[in-house]
Structure formats: C-alpha cells, structure tokens
Write a protein that binds this ligand. Structure first.
Ligand code: 9MR
Length: 358
C-alpha cells in the first residue's frame, strides 16, 4: 500500500467522519456545535494522561462529566475532609480545551463512604452533613460546573412510582415524617444557594427514559417543583441501552413532555451494549444496529429545543463499566473502539448532529 493510501485509511478510521460522499470532515464536537448541542462523555482522571484518550476526548466532545470522581467516597472520604484532586484534574482538562463540565452527583445511595453509611447518625445530624456536603462541593465548583445531577436514581426499581428506601429518604432520612419528595426539595434548594447560576438536574435511569409509571412519578415531581418555585432546571435520562432494544417513540414522547414543563433534558449516560466474543468484539451486524439506535436517540433529542445535550458513559470501548458488570459477555457499547477508531455509531451520530434540529 502506498503511503498516501495508508494515511487516508488511518485518518478515516481515527476521526469520526461522516458517511456521505464528499461530506466535510467534521468531528462530533464540530457537528454538535453547529446544532447548538452539547456532546459529552463521562471520564476518569487517570486516563487523561494517555495521549490517544486525551486527544480523542478534546477533539470529539465539548462537554465532560466525572464518571466517579465526584461521588461521596472519592470527594468526601472522611467526615471533615474533602478531596477535590481527582475532579479538579477533569475540570482543568475541560478548561484547557474549552469544554463544559457536568457534575455527577451530589446525592446518591451508592458509592458512599463507610463513615457515612455506618455512622448511625440521627436525621438532624444527617441533614447537617448533607447540607454541608452539597454546599461545599457546589461552591468549590461555582462557575466551573455548569450543571449538576443533584439527586441521582431516587426511584424504587421494584415498585414503579415509589421512591427508593435510602439513607437520605428514610434510613433514617433527612426529613422525618414528611412526604417522600421533601428531602429532594431540600437538596435542590441547598445546591441553588451554593451556586445560583448552576443548572440543577434530577438524573434517572432504568426504564425512566420511556413513558411509564416510573417516569410519570418523576414528571409529577418536576411539575410540582416548578409550580412551587423549587429550583430544578432539568431531567437527565441516562439511556443505558441493552439487548439492542429502545422504544424510541416512547422516549421521544417522554422528552416532549418534560421539555414542555420548561425544563431541559440531557441524555446523560448513553451506551448501547452488545454481545461480545472472548476478545471483546461484536458482530458487524450488531455494530450497524447499534449505530441506528444512536442515530434514533440523537434524532429524538434534536427534535425538541429543550433537549440540549447528548452524553455517553465513557467514549472508548477500552474503558467502560459494562465489561466487568456483565462478566465480559457484553461490551462494545460506545462510539470508539479500544484503539480509538470511530465505530459506525460515531458516524451515525455525527450525521444526525450535522443535520441539525428539526
Ligand atoms: O461507571 C460507574 C462505575 O465506574 C462505578 O463503579 C459504578 C458504581 O455504582 O457507577 C458507574 O456509574 C453509574 C452512574 O454513576 C449512575 N448511573 C449508572 C452508572 C453505571 O452503573
């Protein structure tokens, strides 16, 4: 092969190029920018020192979100100690590359430190601890993190429409003998006091992407918060898709009804996991079907002005939570392969972003 051909093949594989003949060579980031969209990825700070990781991230995305670095166990390891070193690396990277940062997450029932979960605190002690946490972390990133997942995954998975039993809600909970949503209202108010400019989101996964009893309950909460002036600006729909199944019509109807409330929708954690062989490879047919799902979800978001961001949970198949979570039977869920080559999904998403809002 001549050098020129080799270079062309490599370039086509590395960049997220459009599929149309003669299409201008744009990155996802450039295509998103032209449509006024944010295109983001969840990242881990340790990987920022890997040249291919860093260059792909900066070239293709205009937003990042710490995947784990802002969770309690990392950022609040001891009762009186906050450790911002990991998340600060991501924020610094973003600022050097002109990217926005989403914060994840101030209140969750997982990845909490033992001092908190085994501390046997009373409700009023716990309320003080949570208020201090939210205000300290949100204030540290004031002006640097533009949007926060204030509360993550508060819905009960087994009882649609009900809230999960957690340390924050009822074990012992920060608000005794109150309606279930009152604890979340407090969290949003505390975050708003610490950073009045930040956009405040409720983030949810596991089937709330579609219209069902679970998302109905979230919808009712957001409507109630908006009517009473509780500071909520958006809803995050995670979009972890498996079995190559996505009810796009229902996802679209859900985006429509949330944005009609005047809040933004962000797709916050998208990945589309595929069956993989022992080497982590998916079939070419599945990679095409995956591309189609990315394209359809992007189209559903682009159809509503209030849907302002599409973010994937990682961006290279080299690093993704799916592998270990599925004992390595599933994977290949993201836009770039393990060698940072663009997959069909990347081109499909880019083409959709390029075609802009409907
Ligand atoms: O990707 C995250 C992984 O590194 C952590 O080990 C895991 C712990 O629960 O959390 C993963 O991220 C989750 C996110 O914070 C909330 N939505 C579901 C994500 C995937 O599990």
């Amino acid at each position: 092969m001549k050098w020129r051909s080799i270079v062309l093949v490599l370039a086509a594989a590395v960049f997220c190029l459009g599929l149309g003949a003669g299409a201008p060579e744009q990155s996802l980031r450039e295509a998103a920018q032209a449509s006024g969209m944010l295109i983001g990825a969840a990242v881990r700070p340790a990987q920022l020192s890997e040249a291919a990781y860093a260059s792909t991230l900066a070239r293709e995305f205009n937003m990042v979100e710490p995947e784990d670095a802002l969770k309690w166990e990392v950022v609040h390891p001891e009762p009186q100690t906050f450790d911002f070193s990991q998340a600060d690396q991501i924020v610094d990277f973003a600022s050097r590359h002109g990217m926005k940062v989403r914060g994840h997450t101030l209140v969750w029932h997982r990845q909490n430190p033992k001092w908190l979960t085994e501390g046997k605190y009373t409700s009023s002690e716990l309320a003080k601890i949570l208020e201090k946490h939210i205000k300290t972390v949100a204030a540290h990133y004031r002006g640097k993190i533009f949007a926060w997942d204030v509360v993550n995954e508060a819905s009960d998975e087994l009882h649609p429409g009900q809230l999960r039993s957690t340390i924050w809600r009822d074990q012992p909970g920060i608000v005794l003998a109150a309606n279930g949503y009152a604890y979340m209202e407090r969290c949003f108010r505390w975050a708003h006091e610490a950073d009045p400019e930040a956009l405040l989101f409720y983030n949810e996964g596991a089937e709330t992407e579609v219209v069902n009893a679970k998302s109905d309950a979230i919808y009712a909460m957001v409507r109630d918060f908006r009517q009473r002036g509780v500071p909520i600006d958006g809803v995050g729909l995670q979009m972890h898709i498996s079995n190559l199944h996505a009810d796009v019509a229902s996802i679209s109807a859900n985006i429509k009804r949330f944005t009609a409330l005047g809040v933004q929708v962000h797709i916050t954690e998208m990945d589309v996991s595929l069956a993989v062989d022992a080497n982590g490879n998916a079939s070419p047919e599945d990679l095409q079907r995956q591309a189609d799902i990315y394209r359809q979800i992007a189209a559903a978001c682009l159809a509503y002005r209030g849907c302002t961001a599409i973010q994937t949970w990682g961006f290279t198949d080299k690093y993704s939570w799916i592998g270990s979570h599925s004992k390595h039977t599933q994977g290949a869920a993201l836009l770039f392969d393990r060698n940072y080559r663009a997959k069909p999904a990347c081109g499909a998403l880019r083409n959709e972003l390029e075609s802009g809002r409907r």
